[in-house]
Design a protein. Structure first.
Ligand SMILES: O=P(O)(O)OC[C@H]1O[C@H](O)[C@H](O)[C@@H](O)[C@@H]1O
Length: 644
């Protein structure tokens, strides 16, 4: 049997990622037979100086040759067993697996009103058992508990990860650093209710005395995508429609002035409330957009209008004040809410409550909370986020499928994929494990998606006959909008759902040359018309698309992403990868300003490479505007027309 060197467990904390670690550093080098369980760090008597020296040298040697500080998940016995199990699965075809009714029954889960069908994943009962074993060996349960217990599992930023607290019931208790944070959460929620009620019932008026019926939410990334997803999901839901009659909610995210023009087009500033949403209140795009819209407001309504027409959501109340927004009109949240996990905090709750009313949005929180409890308490085999996370991990890390398609058969869920893109790819697109050790395998998935049936007429060709892309089909039992035309074979929503059912089986079964021959397909076309099938997917059905079920769906996706990150043993809650581009943009900004204000070209001494220098100069030459105008703001004429 082969042996491999395992690195010393060196811990500076008593708990890392929910895993207890000996506070006493006991470097230890073990020879571990591959395929056997890694040993836990053990306490030993104080080593002598000579022993310490030997251990330090061996540890240094291991560190420099393997860069390991602890066992990687890929070294765990269950990971190895899953690798070997791939050979078994490669011999199966979904066509056959779907004939096994006992298997299918065990892979269909009905919980919390949601129907989850995993039968079209390329898994058998044995695969699941091995995945559960991997979860055990990776201490998944311990890591979930660590998250719910408010431990600082975001170790690179030394923060707890507690978006679950933002949707806690008032009587729940959730502690961060010894403090119950639920009262703080509800203090902000109560403030959102009071403020949104006042705006909606006309108690809070604009500076010229008009009701504020339009809201523009300025924010980007996590301060945009989640709220946009939920707003898009509710726009045509009958109760939400009634609650939002005569009101509008728009979003402004991109720093592109075209987005400003579109967001403000036709709006009357006198009737418009602006919500600036930024966790840090330093994000360049958001702050420039906020200054732009402030200028749009004040140029029409005077400087005093800011007090009545601008409010903020942020963790940085100092900068909110410096911007000129009264902290009384600011809605806080906390560093333990990650930006991409913040839709249930004031980030989403303020703009959405202004649009739909707080009471409806509370149902959204209740739906998310329902899944939080499910995730925390259900055993792996009945736990939707765990099953989704594990089967995705199987697809990515063992079957080698690096992408996944999110395919809601519901137009209202059209912004689910863009939101999950950020939550998933920013969380799990990492190159090192939680200890900073470079991973010998890839993490994360490339997420994309469109609502069915639109996607069918776009990229489905590739997923049927080109690359294998595991798909997630999301269907709704009762549509938000019901249409049936007399004489049609089925109602419009049934027509949509016929496609939902058909696509999953088309991917799984495919079409063989024999079937094509018996359909009299000419020989020369057969290779073109063969579908190999055996393409994995899963299906979820929600009873309806309401505030409650949208909350459930959101939490399912958030937690399944955490499951994957916990098992890969990465930090799913930081995002250092977005920094470098920001820093370089800032350097370009400085040089751009100097070039524009001094009417000069970019020079080699500005520090850019040949390509970038030439490209920026080409850009500078091509614009009619050379010098920035002094002393006043400029807008495209139309942007100021204010709907008149
Ligand atoms: O809410 P903000 O502080 O303005 O941040 C907005 C976004 O900024 C960056 O792009 C981060 O990577 C995102 O996670 C975050 O959501």
């Amino acid at each position: 049997m082969q042996t491999q060197l395992r690195a010393p467990c060196v811990s500076h904390k008593t708990r890392i990622n929910g895993v207890p670690c000996s506070p006493k550093v006991v470097p230890r080098v073990a020879r571990v037979p591959s395929g056997s369980a890694p040993e836990a760090p053990v306490a030993s008597p104080e080593p002598t100086a000579a022993q310490r020296n030997v251990v330090a040298q061996v540890a240094k040697m291991i560190h420099t040759t393997t860069n390991k500080k602890g066992a990687l998940v890929s070294e765990l016995p269950a990971w190895q067993a899953l690798k070997e199990h791939v050979n078994e699965i490669e011999k199966t075809h979904l066509r056959d697996l779907l004939h096994d009714e006992a298997r299918c029954m065990s892979l269909i889960k009905e919980c919390e009103g949601i129907y989850g069908d995993f039968t079209r994943q390329r898994v058998t009962q044995k695969t699941l058992e091995l995945l559960f074993e991997l979860a055990e060996q990776s201490n998944l349960r311990g890591k979930i508990n660590a998250m719910f217990n408010g431990e600082h599992i975001n170790s690179t930023e030394d923060r707890a990860v507690l978006h679950i607290a933002t949707r806690a019931h008032r009587n729940q208790k959730i502690f961060v650093d010894g403090k119950d944070v639920v009262p703080d959460v509800w203090e902000v929620l109560d403030k959102i209710k009071a403020f949104s009620d006042k705006v909606r019932n006309g108690e809070w008026l604009g500076v010229t005395g008009k009701p504020l019926k339009n809201v523009v939410a300025i924010g980007i990334g996590g301060s945009f995508l989640g709220p946009l997803f939920v707003h898009t999901a509710l726009r045509t839901e009958p109760v939400a429609m009634r609650c939002s009659r005569d009101r509008s909610l728009r979003f402004l995210a991109n720093v592109d002035p075209i987005d400003v023009a579109r967001a403000l087009d036709g709006l009357d500033p006198e009737e418009t409330l602006v919500v600036v949403v930024s966790k840090t209140f330093t994000t360049a795009e958001t702050m420039l957009n906020a200054r732009t819209v402030r200028s749009w407001l004040t140029s029409r309504l005077g400087p005093d209008s800011v007090a009545k027409h601008m409010v903020a959501v942020s963790t940085n109340l100092k900068l909110v004040k410096e911007f000129g927004i009264d902290p009384e009109n600011a809605f806080g949240f906390w560093d333990w809410v990650g930006g991409r996990y913040s839709v249930c905090s004031a980030v989403g709750m303020l703009p959405l409550s202004l649009q739909y009313g707080f009471d409806l949005m509370q149902e959204f929180l209740a739906g998310a909370n329902n899944i939080d409890e499910h995730f925390k308490n259900q055993p792996y085999q009945d736990n939707l986020p765990v099953l989704m996370g594990l089967t995705s991990l199987w697809n990515v890390s063992f079957l080698g499928h690096g992408a996944k398609a999110i395919l809601p058969y519901c137009q209202a869920l059209s912004k689910l994929a863009p939101h999950i893109q950020q939550v998933d790819m920013e969380s799990n697109g990492k190159g090192v494990d939680i200890n900073g050790v470079r991973l010998p395998f890839e993490t994360g998935e490339i997420d994309f998606g469109e609502p069915g049936t639109n996607g069918q007429h776009s990229f489905y060709q590739l997923i049927h006959q080109g690359r294998v892309v595991p798909c997630e089909f999301i269907g709704i039992v009762r549509s938000q909008q019901s249409v049936y035309l007399k004489g049609e074979v089925v109602s419009n929503h049934d027509e949509l759902m016929c496609n939902f059912f058909a696509q999953a089986d088309a991917l799984a079964y495919g079409k063989t040359p024999e079937q094509l021959r018996s359909d009299n397909v000419p020989d020369y076309l057969i290779p073109h018309r063969v579908f190999t099938g055996n393409r994995p997917s899963m299906s979820i059905m929600l009873p309806s698309c309401t505030a409650y079920t949208v909350g459930q769906l959101l939490a399912i996706y958030e937690h399944r992403i955490a499951v994957q990150g916990f098992i890969w043993n990465i930090n799913s809650f930081d995002q250092w990868g977005v920094e470098l581009g920001k820093v370089l943009a800032s350097k370009v900004r400085t040089v751009m300003n100097s070039a524009r204000t001094r009417d000069r070209k970019i020079l080699p001494q500005d520090g850019f490479n040949y390509s970038t220098t030439r490209m920026i100069n080409k850009y500078l030459e091509g614009k009619t505007q050379v010098l920035y105008p002094e002393g006043h703001d400029t807008f495209p004429i139309d942007m100021l027309r204010g709907g008149h």
